[in-house]
Design a binder for this molecule. Structure first.
Ligand SMILES: Nc1ncnc2c1ncn2[C@@H]1O[C@H](COP(=O)(O)OP(=O)(O)OP(=O)(O)O)[C@@H](O)[C@H]1O
Ligand SMILES: [Mg+2]
Length: 405
């Protein structure tokens, strides 16, 4: 039975429960999806698109044949490598045995954005009940066991599962703390350095370079460093939560995850110009420059996000910025995941400058921004020490930071 139908729900602004917006039909064999808005939904005066780029409100919609037949906002709301591992472990099966629809349906209320996927329009509202911060020690242990292939402790697995639906490949879990939701990112089994602390330090440096980040924390549980970033798509509202829509840049651009050659920052800036004010383009320019300066080569289009509040799209706070490590004697040249300028993905400052006009910047303005960020980046050792990084890890990341090169 390759063709399945799901009901897509949306949390509209100001509401903590979702309403059905339409039906998604998915043919997993052919990799084709089709969404149809419900007539009653379209009659709502406050109806909003479930995907403002791919699915504008209206009765006639295009089928989708890229990204396994999932519209962008649906892909973003689905679990990725890590979430799939957790869900499959709980189902006592392999991730490959589950379909895209299985993953859409089994994502719980901690999924990113303002959508929900259910078996039918009458299916009950899922409870948003992630674990509490106080349980972090157990959740980190659950993640460690799962990475080691040990799924024997059902209680630990359930705890991890309660907060797992968001994307990304690294071990993580949503937790509640101080009336807010946070993503806790754990060490991974193959890490050779303290990645949670390096991510924390790098995000702090990004903040100092004028980049907008979520609230950040570094905590310890079970003897491990754990990086916490406050969720920007959820807001407490009485006893419930408001949810903002989320689109990755992969979705804003309608790129296929396999079409790596198409990925580019200047094109993203041009598309952003249609939807948001000039300040967001400058912020994207800063993030691109920062990725060059700290050699973050994992800047793929799912690592750039947009919030959809009401009908408005804006750049989300930054996330997932970590220097790529350089091997001794190798790596005098390196490339970002997306093209930055006339020299393609080459991560050099002349290259980022070459297309600055597409970000709405005069060359003198772009040069000034880069100069200011370079000056701030020179203080990286102090910033990283303040963040508690060990001297060993500082030495290891040094070749990746521009002022140390
Ligand atoms: N502060 C946040 N608030 C809401 N959603 C977030 C936040 N940070 C990240 N996300 C979402 O969670 C996803 C996973 O987070 P992140 O990119 O940090 O994980 P990762 O496992 O390191 O990713 P990757 O697979 O790129 O290495 C992001 O792609 C984004 O959709
Ligand atoms: Mg990521």
């Amino acid at each position: 039975m390759p063709e399945r139908q799901l009901t897509v729900f949306i949390y509209l602004p100001g509401h903590t429960t979702a309403v059905p917006a339409g039906i998604f039909t998915h043919d997993s064999d052919a990799g084709i999806g089709r969404f149809d808005y419900g007539r009653r939904y379209l009659e709502r005066p406050n109806a909003l698109p479930v995907d403002p780029v791919a699915l504008p409100l209206g009765l006639v919609q295009r089928e989708i044949t890229v990204n396994e037949g999932l519209y962008g906002a649906f892909c973003d709301a689905a679990p990725d490598y890590w979430g799939r591992l957790v869900i499959a472990a709980e189902c006592r099966t392999a991730p490959e045995a589950l379909s895209e629809c299985d993953f859409l349906l089994s994502g719980n209320a901690t999924r990113v954005g303002n959508l929900d996927f259910r078996e039918s329009p009458s299916h009950p509202e899922p409870v948003l009940g992630p674990p509490h911060f106080n349980q972090l020690r157990d959740i980190a242990l659950a993640a460690e066991h799962l990475e080691a292939g040990d799924t024997s402790d059902a209680r630990l697995l359930r705890l991890l599962r309660q907060g797992t639906s968001i994307g990304g490949a690294r071990p993580k879990c949503t937790v509640e703390l101080d009336g807010a939701l946070w993503i806790a990112k754990f060490p991974a089994k193959d890490d050779t350095i303290n990645i949670p602390r390096i991510e924390y330090a790098t995000m702090q440096l990004a903040q100092r370079c004028g980049i907008c980040t979520p609230q950040l924390r570094l905590v310890q549980a079970g003897g491990k460093d754990i990086y916490l970033t406050r969720r920007f798509d959820r807001e407490r509202h009485g006893s419930g939560w408001l949810r903002h829509g989320f689109l990755s840049s992969l979705s804003l651009m309608e790129w296929d995850v396999r079409d790596r050659l198409l990925w580019e920052y200047p094109g993203m800036a041009s598309r952003m110009r249609r939807h948001m004010s000039a300040g967001h383009l400058v912020e994207l320019f800063r993030r691109m420059v920062f990725n060059v300066m700290v050699r973050n080569t994992d800047d793929h289009p799912r690592n750039h996000g947009f919030l959809v509040r009401g009908g408005e799209i804006e750049l989300s706070p930054a996330y997932d910025i970590v220097p790529a490590l350089t091997q001794a004697g190798v790596g005098t040249e390196y490339r970002l995941a997306m093209s930055v300028g006339d020299e393609g993905r080459e991560a050099t400052l002349p290259n980022v400058l070459s297309r600055s006009a597409q970000f709405g910047l005069l060359e003198s303005e772009a040069t000034q921004i880069i100069g200011g960020m370079r000056a701030t980046c020179r203080e990286w050792p102090a910033c990283f020490r303040e963040a508690g990084m060990s001297e060993r890890d500082i030495d290891i990341v040094a070749p990746s930071i521009i002022s140390a090169r």
